[in-house]
Design a protein around this ligand. Structure first.
Ligand SMILES: [Zn+2]
Length: 170
């Protein structure tokens, strides 16, 4: 039996694609390289938007799924903000229970040394429903007595280069 504190920490990354809608290929190349440097294999993308009708071409419909391949992409509208459909303010996760699926996925891919990146369009984590999803994922992991960390993935654009980082944790 391992003591808590000696097990590996399960890390999920939260990302907002704002600004990358026209450069998804560049982003994916940069993030794959970033994960390799961090000691991981290619990450898995979990799309937590309620709807995929985006203005950003790279994230409209199945475009992002097509780019990274179906084995690296999951759409989980259950973790979307249901208030978007009704034009209400505030955040209401469509099915909070589905955070269990997200955590289970992350644990599954941890065995393959791959991290899950759950994403939405919004730039600011603090104002996006990603924050609620992160909270739910932490709660679910705690229930299972898993140690979990949510890294805030940032991807800066500099001289037409993509520079990812994940220095902050939620
Ligand atoms: Zn959002």
């Amino acid at each position: 039996m391992h003591k808590v504190g000696h097990g590996k920490v399960l890390t999920l990354l939260a990302w907002g694609y704002w600004g990358w809608g026209n450069s998804t290929r560049k982003f994916v190349q940069a993030i794959d390289a970033f994960e390799r440097k961090e000691g991981f294999n290619q990450p898995i993308f979990v799309d937590i938007r309620l709807q995929r009708s985006a203005r950003a071409p790279g994230f409209s419909g199945i475009n992002f799924e097509r780019l990274v391949g179906t084995t690296r992409y999951w759409w989980m509208p259950e973790l979307g903000n249901a208030n978007i459909a009704t034009n209400k303010d505030g955040i209401r996760i469509k099915d909070p229970f589905s955070a269990r699926t997200l955590v289970t996925l992350a644990k599954h891919y941890q065995r393959e040394k791959r991290r899950v990146i759950f994403f939405c369009a919004c730039e600011e984590f603090g104002y996006c429903h990603r924050k609620q999803v992160a909270k739910l994922a932490k709660k679910e992991a705690a229930r299972r007595r898993w140690r979990v960390k949510i890294g805030l993935l940032d991807c800066a654009k500099s001289a037409n280069r993509a520079i990812p980082s994940a220095s902050q944790f939620y």
